[in-house]
Design a protein. Structure first.
Length: 348
């Protein structure tokens, strides 16, 4: 039997050790690679989850802003909380008629939100917006809503429907918005941009003088009759307007039913809970709100402040001039409608 030389045996041993070392190194590299991939995968998952969480937060904010846009100027917050038909649960408080019933897909599934109203102080209300995103992420925000410090006055003339009519060819119609309040004031406003543009076009076509301002603007409509009732003032017949109401130092607040007013002279604010026709002398400094059609058939007509109606028909000329100071006087007589505004937005 021939035995291998000692050198050959040593070479074989070294080869075996090298092979074993290589296997161990490969195993170690495989383990390190697997660990690295696991870490990368975990970090990608964490980053994706954080992104989903942030997307859910933004979606919840969108829900809060959407709900805020549905709260009309002058809304009674107590009535808002006491109402039924919440957007996430029909039995929950808060009549916020978001499209889609109890849930709004925004911008599309699985993103979406639901909003409910939460009670707060008399001049505050909270909107709780709960939202979902991808990966099952959920966020809830609470929006604290108050009222703007100034009365809501987007234009010299607000005709919510955009319908402006004329009884024949009427001369002497002037809309003046050269006294801005907190920025450029619009000449005419309506519930939608198209309606506002239509009203402005109709006035211009009829030869009305449109002075200053920002043309036309979308105005957030509200229920004039309901707001008039919430003032607590006793409703009178329009005939009461035959007398002069209010002075520069002591503006008056009057609520009347729909009908024909023999004149409108004085200072303050008038709320008409139905269609109103102005006849005789009209010289009013303040605000005029009409729940329905306002028909102007006056012997002489000048209103400084703001006019708000569902639709307007001119049977005679009239100067409607936006006047911030006159609105301030009217606001002293009776608190005018204010736009809801976001005071705080916090995570629930």
């Amino acid at each position: 039997m021939i035995r291998p030389a000692a050198g050959a045996r040593l070479g074989a041993a070294e080869s075996g050790i090298a092979l074993l070392a290589s296997v161990l190194v490969l195993a170690l590299l495989a383990a390190v690679t697997a660990a690295t991939l696991w870490i990368v995968r975990s970090e990608l998952w964490v980053a994706g989850s954080a992104r989903s969480y942030l997307q859910a937060r933004y979606t919840a904010e969108a829900g809060a802003w959407h709900a805020l846009a549905l709260v009309a100027p002058g809304t009674d917050f107590a009535a808002l909380v006491a109402g039924t038909g919440g957007v996430s649960d029909p039995a929950a408080p808060g009549p916020l008629p978001l499209p889609g019933g109890g849930w709004v897909d925004f911008p599309g599934p699985p993103f979406g939100y639901a909003v409910t109203v939460v009670a707060d102080a008399a001049e505050r209300v909270r909107l709780r917006a709960r939202a979902t995103a991808v990966r099952g992420a959920q966020r809830t925000v609470v929006a604290t809503v108050g009222r703007a410090p100034e009365p809501y006055a987007p234009a010299a003339l607000v005709v919510a429907s955009g319908e402006v009519g004329f009884d024949g060819e009427i001369a002497g119609i002037v809309l003046d918005a050269r006294d801005p309040a907190g920025g450029p004031q619009a000449i005419v406003g309506a519930a939608t941009p198209d309606a506002a543009a239509s009203a402005r076009t109709g006035l211009a076509a009829a030869g009305a003088s449109l002075l200053g301002g920002a043309g036309s603007v979308r105005a957030r409509a509200f229920d004039v009759a309901a707001f008039a009732s919430s003032t607590g003032l006793v409703e009178d017949s329009p005939a009461v307007l035959a007398a002069t109401h209010g002075t520069a130092g002591a503006p008056a607040a009057v609520v009347v039913a729909g009908g024909i007013a023999p004149r409108l002279v004085g200072h303050g604010v008038v709320f008409a809970r139905g269609p109103l026709e102005l006849e005789g002398e009209v010289d009013w400094r303040g605000a005029l709100y009409v729940a329905g059609e306002l028909r102007i058939a006056a012997g002489g007509c000048a209103i400084a402040g703001m006019v708000w109606a569902e639709r307007v028909t001119f049977a005679s000329g009239c100067t409607l001039r936006f006047d911030a100071a006159a609105l301030g006087d009217a606001d002293q007589a009776a608190r005018l409608p204010r736009r809801p505004t976001l005071l705080a937005l916090d995570d629930a």
